[in-house]
Design a protein around this ligand. Structure first.
Ligand SMILES: Cc1cc2nc3c(=O)[nH]c(=O)nc-3n(C[C@H](O)[C@H](O)[C@H](O)COP(=O)(O)O)c2cc1C
Length: 167
């Protein structure tokens, strides 16, 4: 069996890509073989032993590429350990985090046979310079907590070691 972990991500403005890169770097530092790819470059999951799928939430929905990925690779994902992450909340209000998690859960409900080994929500980024009217009037912010992101990668590393020991 292959030893490579796939990190597949969707992004519109790059903040999810940066999180995916940080997770990939950390797994690599931990001695794991990792391939980092935008979702549109992934045609098959065959070469991978574990999948990490990430995408941002926009307008109350997980990124369409992430939702399509679940649908397209549904059967293969049930055969491999799969971890999920999303970016969204900008503020620290519990309501916003709960809403974002519900939005992610709604997307995952469409894939009920998938039992992710980990699911995580990270804060999102607003870069007004990259946005069109009226969103370019939002305040710039970056709610990503890099300690939590690295902790998530460490958790994935542990889970992947356990998975390998079992196989
Ligand atoms: C127009 C717009 C709509 C958004 N809608 C939501 C939303 O419904 N729920 C949420 O949690 N975050 C929402 N966000 C925050 C994004 O998820 C966040 O900006 C994320 O970091 C974007 O990722 P990307 O840079 O990879 O595209 C929205 C952001 C923008 C600019």
């Amino acid at each position: 069996m292959t030893s490579t972990i796939l990190i597949a991500y969707a992004t519109r403005y790059g903040s999810t890509q940066e999180v995916a890169e940080a997770i990939a770097d950390r797994l690599h530092e931990r001695g794991l073989e990792v391939e980092l790819k935008p979702i549109f470059e992934v045609s098959t999951l065959e070469p991978y032993r574990m999948i990490v799928l990430g995408g941002p939430i926009y307008m109350d929905r997980w990124h369409p590429e992430a939702r399509r990925f679940l649908k397209r690779h549904y059967a293969a994902l049930q055969e491999k350990p799969t971890a999920i992450f999303a970016l969204g909340p900008i503020h620290q209000t519990p309501e916003e985090w709960q809403d974002a998690r519900e939005q992610l859960d709604r997307a995952l409900e469409k894939a009920p046979l998938l039992k992710p080994i980990a699911i995580e929500m990270f804060g999102g980024v607003i870069s007004p310079a990259k946005l069109h009217f009226p969103f370019n009037h939002l305040k710039a912010s970056d709610a990503r907590n890099w300690t939590n992101i690295i902790d998530f990668a460490d958790e994935l590393a542990e889970l992947s070691f356990i998975g390998r020991a079992v196989v």
